[in-house]
Design a protein around this ligand. Structure first.
Ligand SMILES: C[S@@+](CC[C@H](N)C(=O)[O-])C[C@H]1O[C@@H](n2cnc3c(N)ncnc32)[C@H](O)[C@@H]1O
Length: 241
């Protein structure tokens, strides 16, 4: 294989998109595997090309929140349990994490949570309607710290433009990370997205909201001595802000 300095690999299949995750199926436990058999029907949403209808999905009309990359789903389950009047959709590419959340959602008897095991970038393009979410949250997305891997980061201008389109007017985009350079890059990308405005004004991060439950990767970041940064932007109303 030819070695190319910037990490480009001409043997890569160019018809395949660059993904923000790597699938590691090996580590699924038998309980998580069983959760797919027993509880998928109750909570699961298939990844396909049909546009989702929130009223059919939840059997009611209520504010809708999307979480992308929920990991093991503990913080998403805690939020859904704490806010029964809100509908939550979680999208996670890692099957063991989805299995873990199916178990927790069953234990908590949640009726306001639905789950997709999919690439969120694909779901945003094919299945999620425009202007439907009160909030989209992405907590501690994979930082892909090596410069040659930055192209794998989920927070890129193309994905952010899509996220902005999926928010209702004045809907919120909430991001958090423990990686300083990713935080600064997020801030630049969000500031450069005309549909979004920073809730703290100027060019800054927002103080960590007390209502955001601690996540597994946040705990890991704190153990490593990393500073945590939250970003909270809103979608401007059509025709101006
Ligand atoms: C670093 S973990 C953070 C998990 C969790 N939010 C937390 O804070 O503990 C990032 C998660 O995002 C998921 N992920 C990355 N890209 C994704 C994508 N395009 N669609 C869905 N999930 C994705 C990964 O599988 C991983 O579980």
């Amino acid at each position: 294989m030819t070695s190319i300095p910037d990490g480009l690999n001409f043997n890569r299949d160019l018809s395949r998109p660059i993904r923000s995750f790597v699938r590691r199926e090996g580590r699924i436990t038998s309980a998580q595997q069983r959760a797919f058999t027993e509880y998928w029907e109750r909570f699961g949403v298939e990844a396909d090309t049909r546009l989702l209808d929130p009223e059919r999905l939840f059997g009611r009309s209520a504010p809708w929140v999307l979480e992308i990359g929920f990991g093991n789903g503990e913080s998403l389950a805690a939020m859904a349990a704490a806010h029964p009047g809100v509908n939550y959709l979680g999208i996670e590419a890692h099957r063991p994490g989805v299995g873990h959340l199916l178990l927790r959602a069953t234990e908590l008897q949640l009726t306001n949570l639905r789950v997709m095991c999919a690439d969120a970038a694909e779901a945003l393009k094919k299945q999620l309607p425009d202007e439907c979410f009160e909030r989209i949250q992405i907590f501690f997305p994979d930082p892909w710290p090596k410069a040659r891997h930055h192209k794998r980061r989920f927070i890129q201008s193309g994905n952010v433009a899509l996220l902005a389109r999926k928010l209702k007017p004045f809907g919120q985009l909430h991001l958090a990370t423990d990686w300083e350079d990713y935080a600064l890059s997020m801030l630049d990308i969000l500031n450069a997205t005309p549909e979004l405005a920073n809730t703290v004004g100027g060019n800054g991060f927002t103080p960590r909201p007390s209502w955001r439950p601690m996540t597994r990767f946040e705990q890991r970041g704190l153990r490593l001595g990393h500073a945590i940064r939250d970003l909270l932007f809103v979608r401007a109303a059509p025709g101006g802000y």
